[in-house]
Design a protein around this ligand. Structure first.
Ligand SMILES: C[S@@+](CC[C@H](N)C(=O)[O-])C[C@H]1O[C@@H](n2cnc3c(N)ncnc32)[C@H](O)[C@@H]1O
Length: 232
């Protein structure tokens, strides 16, 4: 994929413009996430990780080439992008619905931001992600669980299945069945490894799964399930 060729900001005239994606309660999701990132320091966000260890552990288990295409969906301002860059991965793609989130990540990366491909797009109404080509890894931490409607979940998994190469990997980390019912003021849909396996279907094999208790900057705990799948 060519670097930095995708729009940094949503074109309001574009088909499926992300600014129109709303919850059942009428919350505009792009505005919601832009406000969240605009009004808080990244390291005070309820999902901030100083070091994204469970993700890194699973990514290392994939034993991918350094030029493999690694798509981090709903990346926000995650430190995972910094770490993957430090580890020498050369084809990192960071997606989010919120351009403000990605701008914060770019600011932290400084000149290293040039090494990352940036895609502002809505996973539930994708207009740019279709065009990025196939990927070796789809990584999602704390994004899928925000999609409560079946239609949005179906769009998400259709996109995933379109983009992940045969023998490619998928990491899904969501709140587990013991997890909180909301995050960032929004209701969430919780999963276990069986539910995620069913969503992916027969062409994906579960390689590893574990529950993980995340400590928020406030000290509160959040229960996650981490899963690693390989496409057959
Ligand atoms: C709880 S945060 C997690 C951020 C990051 N994955 C991490 O672990 O730090 C959820 C992220 O998903 C993004 N997001 C929410 N809905 C989205 C959508 N429909 N398409 C793309 N990104 C979305 C938000 O902007 C936010 O950055």
């Amino acid at each position: 994929m060519k670097k930095n060729t995708t729009p940094q900001f949503c074109d309001i005239n574009a088909k499926n413009c992300c600014s129109t994606s709303k919850t059942n309660d009428g919350i505009d999701l792009k505005s919601h996430w832009d406000n969240v990132y605009d009004n808080a320091k990244v390291n005070q966000l309820g999902w901030y990780e100083e070091s994204p260890d469970p993700s890194l552990q699973l990514i290392q288990a994939c034993a991918l080439h350094k030029n493999a295409a690694l798509l981090n969906v709903g990346a926000g301002a995650t430190t995972l992008v910094d770490k993957l860059n430090e580890l020498g991965y050369q084809n990192i793609i960071a997606n989010d619905i919120s351009p403000i989130a990605l701008e914060k990540l770019k600011l932290r990366l400084g000149v290293e931001k040039e090494k990352v491909n940036w895609v502002v797009d809505d996973l539930t109404r994708p207009s740019e992600l279709h065009t990025i080509g196939k990927v070796d890894l789809w990584h999602d931490r704390a994004v899928l669980h925000f999609f409560n409607e079946k239609e949005n979940q179906d769009t998400y998994f259709d996109l995933l299945k379109k983009l992940v190469k045969p023998e490619g990997f998928v990491i899904l980390a969501t709140f587990n069945l013991k997890g909180a019912a909301t995050c960032s003021g929004l209701p969430v849909h919780r999963y276990d490894k069986k539910m995620l396996t069913e969503k992916l279907g027969n062409s994906f094999e579960l390689v590893e799964a574990f529950d993980y208790t995340y400590s928020m900057p406030s000290g509160d705990k959040r229960e996650y399930v981490y899963t690693l799948f390989k496409r057959k």
